[in-house]
Design a protein. Sequence first.
Lengths: 244, 226
Amino acid sequence: MINFDPRTKIVVILCLSTLAVFLNTPVLLLFLFVFTLFLLMLLRVNFFSIMGKFKKLIPLLLAMLIIQSVFAPGGKVLFSLGDVNVLTSHGISSALCILFRMLTFFASAMLIMTSSPKDYILALVQFKIPYEIAFMVMVAFRFLPIFMEEIKDTLIAIQLRGVDLQNIPWKNKLKFYTHFFTPLLTSVLIKARQLSITMEARAFRVYRRRTYLRVLKYSRADYLVMAAFIIFTLAVLLKDFINT
Amino acid sequence: MGFIKFIDVGFSYPGQNKPVLQDVNLSIPKEGVTAVIGPNGSGKTTFSKLLMGILKPTGGLIRLDGEPLSSLNLAQTGRRVGYVFQNPGKQLFCETVEEEIGFGLQNLGLTPEQVSRKAREIMEYFELTRYSQSFPLSLSTGEKRRLAIAAVLALEPDLLVLDEPTAGLDPYRKKLLGDYLERVIASQRGVVIISHDHRFINKYATRLIRLEGGQFAEVGPTGNHH
């Protein structure tokens, strides 16, 4: 299996995200998305099974695309209601741009999953980022599933006290969803305080200089991939800059 | 007839070969205190989550008062069966203790006056009145457990499921909880307790079942008659 240095992956993700922001036509963004999928396939990440977990967001995404299509009119009118142009060629083009851009963001972020959080700490430290900040990044990684679990538990607790979340009106639904934020935010603050006490009790930051048993080393493939991505991204940015 | 019936129920977590429950046939009545005991990791909490419909069995059928549990949503189950989590902090989500107790009562359609009166009564009983305006998650573990139990008991469900209810409670508050359970039982409702607290179980349980190796074994009646 092909596996790159975590620093290479960080650079690749930054390049893909930058390209997703700057490219502005549906065709180019589709190419970028397909290319990102190809990268995920090489690293054996199943994009579609992970995206399946977000299927509840599909109605929201569709609503956003329709709104985008309505509020970015222009070009040929395809469908209108009275004086309002609901579907226009330009509207559809911008909606598709947003869709492919978001999918590319999601897909490129999934590259992160192909290395362990510890490797990213090493990668960030070797990028000369202070260890404290690199450690915070790892903590964020580790606690994300715990927070998801807590949201799930709160949802269950709310439903078990007689709230049928599937069948309540949207305005009430929003009111009930606000119940998430109180316990979640408090739990984050409590955990952060407990973690800081535990870390200090275990001598975190006692010595200024840290040493590592394992040191990351770039392979030739890493240099090639990084150079290719950086050159291509800079070329696109330069072309965009010259055109504008 | 049992209020909750497990018929050939099996359960395994995804990706795990060893089943937590295997062909379980069990009937839980709407009366008395059924205590579930078993070693750590034997699946007692998993059993309680299956009983509430939080987890779905991988085989067999669970019926609640004759209806398949799978046909009911959590809100419908929660109105008939009250559940106190092993970690009570996970089920508290309101901004004050009073609101926490009143939340379920509001969903039952009680008027604000009735909600407020009942919440005050419950807080009084569980000695939570002085914390009525406190933030639930800032309470101590024992207080959070008392609040979680109080919030669920306020709904007066037909059956109460308590997962490790005495953990973090001092002897006086254990007695208070036991007294309340006796009141619950006297009003023709049942209780299921999952616990390692043998002294508490011996005092209040009317039936003892042991979970080990994915199967239940009837340990027998405890001799308690409420």
